[in-house]
Design a protein around this ligand. Structure first.
Ligand SMILES: *Cc1c(COP(=O)(O)O)cnc(C)c1O
Length: 338
């Protein structure tokens, strides 16, 4: 397997650090490490940047004049795509779906939305429940009929090209562990549009790493989530020339921490944000990484991990979203006079 065969541009600060989380480990009674993909560097970082290294290279190879993508209002993927487009000098148009119904001004204009606009992207808003895939295809066709060469990036950058970014992350993480002499027993992360987990599992299986990977769901029910990840892993392995390397049983998702729905914060997620912030000085986001961390915390408390297990939490980023969800954290405000 040879990733350098695929066109790629360099957008991310790599390798991202692999660090211990001593205070959280003590609190939860297992050895926890964190892979800092929140530090990929592009417009505050996050997991979409690794995918965009391959996607934007493909867009450039096709001579694209415009990138088009879609996501929820506070989409981290939209923000990183807007920044990548700015960096390579291609126009960017983003279709944003209102999946929460919040009319809070910060939710609608701050956080990721503020940065989309700062990077020069244009945005277009749609009500929740819209078929965003066909909406984007129509928008792309319209622009093409005007003579504009549009490169469409699916939501979350999750296709076989984007997933190569997480095959690369699997190589990087295993290389770091080997170099540092740290045995990894399990990897956990928040899973959504599935490219992160599909790329990781493809890379891990191709290296025969034998490290179980668990995605913590943020939207879809378990059967659907696992199927999405598996289908994309199959395509990714095909693209890489190692077809058949991923078995269905390698794809595991736990979707017990989604709560009421995508983008709607949960109590356990807010607790996870507070614990990471207060014990490790780390920022999670309410839509993805907090739900992933809520799964990690709850599973640790339930004794899901062996006592001597070393668990890596892949931090997928998203902290910019906190500024769109500030109203969720009223209880954390401690104004005191000493
Ligand atoms: C998009 C995103 C995820 C989910 O990654 P997928 O590849 O879409 O499954 C997790 N965390 C954050 C912060 C994200 O923005």
């Amino acid at each position: 397997m040879h990733l350098a065969r695929f066109p790629r541009i360099h957008l991310a600060h790599l390798p991202t650090p692999l660090e211990p989380m001593p205070r959280l480990s003590k609190e939860l009674g297992i050895e926890l490490w964190i892979k800092r993909d929140d530090c990929t560097g592009l417009s505050t970082g996050g997991n979409k940047t690794r995918k965009l290294e391959f996607l934007i290279a493909e867009a450039e190879a096709q001579g694209a004049d415009m990138l088009m993508t879609q996501g929820a209002t506070q989409s981290n993927h939209a923000r990183q795509t807007a920044a990548a487009a700015a960096k390579v000098g291609i126009d960017c148009h983003i279709l944003l779906e209102d999946r929460t119904g919040y009319n809070n001004p910060n939710y609608n204009t701050n956080g990721n939305v503020l940065l989309d606009h700062l990077h020069g992207a244009t945005t277009e808003k749609f009500p929740g429940g819209h078929d965003m895939v066909s909406e984007m295809e129509q928008a792309a066709e319209k622009k093409r009929s005007e003579g504009i060469n549009v490169y469409v990036i699916p939501g979350g950058g999750s296709n076989a090209t984007g997933a190569l970014g997480y095959v690369n992350c699997a190589f990087e993480l295993l290389g770091q562990a080997n170099e540092m002499g740290i045995r990894l027993d399990r990897i956990l992360h928040a899973t959504g549009s599935s490219g992160t987990q599909a790329g990781l599992i493809t890379g891990l299986c191709a290296m025969n790493a034998n490290i179980p990977l668990l995605g913590i769901g943020t939207r879809a029910p378990q059967a659907k989530q696992e199927q999405m990840v598996y289908d994309l892993a199959v395509k990714t392995a095909d693209k890489l020339g190692c077809a058949g390397v991923v078995n269905r049983s390698d794809v595991q998702a736990n979707t017990d921490y989604v709560g009421e729905g995508y983008g709607l914060p949960t109590k356990s997620g807010v607790e996870a944000i507070t614990m990471f912030a207060e014990l490790e000085g780390l920022l999670l986001d309410p839509v993805y990484s907090a739900k992933g961390a809520a799964g990690l915390i709850d599973l640790a408390r339930k004794g899901f991990f062996d006592k001597d297990e070393r668990v890596v939490f892949l931090h997928t980023g998203g902290a910019v979203g906190l500024f769109g969800y500030d109203f969720v954290f009223e209880e954390n405000r401690k104004w005191v006079s000493i």
